[in-house]
Design a protein around this ligand. Sequence first.
Ligand code: C2E
Ligand code: CA
Ligand code: CA
Ligand code: CA
Length: 277
Amino acid sequence: AKEKGRNQYLLCSSEMKEEVNRQNQLTNHLYRALEKGELIVNYQPQVCLSTGRVTGVESLLRWQHPELGLISPAVIIPLAEKTSLINPIGEWVLETACRQNKAWQVMGMEPILMAVNISASQLKNPNLISQIEGILKRTGLSPAYLEVEITESTAILELGEIIGKLNSLKELGVSIAIDDFGTEYSSLSRLKMLPLDRLKMDKQFVDGIGFNHKDQSIANAIIQLGKSLGLAVVAEGVEKEKQVAFLRTSQCDLIQGYYYYKPLDALEIEKILRRQG
Ligand code: C2E
Ligand code: CA
Ligand code: CA
Ligand code: CA
């Protein structure tokens, strides 16, 4: 038994080494990915339930790795967070998304909102506000068409600091969404304190619609809570007709999910916007 335990430990340790090596290799590659143009941004439409129109998109990062194929942001972001890469990468996503949104407007499309994810460490960066200001200037995008999405994980930052940053963003004219609502350190007092425009209800509650009474009650309660606070409510990860019907009855404002659209490249979005006129 002792022998076995020891072998298991050795196995574990070598696997850990392999994992660390893999991570280091990926990190080294990530340094070059940006300059080599391997990072790409996809856009997932948000559909207004009352009009059926696409009124916004969320930008979602991907890495087109030459050997490993398409790498998920669930891998990229934590890796970037561990290094100082989150700032240049985050800035690049913001600029790419803003430039793209402006380009659609220049083509004559009806203006839509561009939502960009901002991680806790980006929010912590003292340059974030001037970074965003600079991007809006360079791209010529009106701040009315940019929204930043923050998650509840920003709870690791001091509340006063977050409120200050978010207020500065609001002064620029940028709007703010709370993402993955209900999953992490949801504190209703934070919801009250933060200057928010939108609430994005996490997929886990949407998944339970029609299956799990508790999730369904929570989904309905989150929508009513958001609305009564004057926030627009977006349901995420909507895949089924049944969910759409429930969300419509609950008067959820916007739907983002595979039921309507997966994340798409800029050209696909352009086609959708052209079609809806
Ligand atoms: P998120 O912000 O919650 O984004 C929504 C995720 O749900 C996206 O995954 C999207 O593709 C997926 N999704 C949307 N609708 C459906 C659906 O109907 N069914 C299913 N199964 N999934 C759906 P993705 O693109 O893999 O992104 C994962 C996470 O990575 C994002 O979660 C976000 O937290 C983070 N992320 C992505 N891009 C960025 C970025 O540029 N910056 C930062 N800081 N984080 C990012
Ligand atoms: Ca998001
Ligand atoms: Ca989310
Ligand atoms: Ca999520």
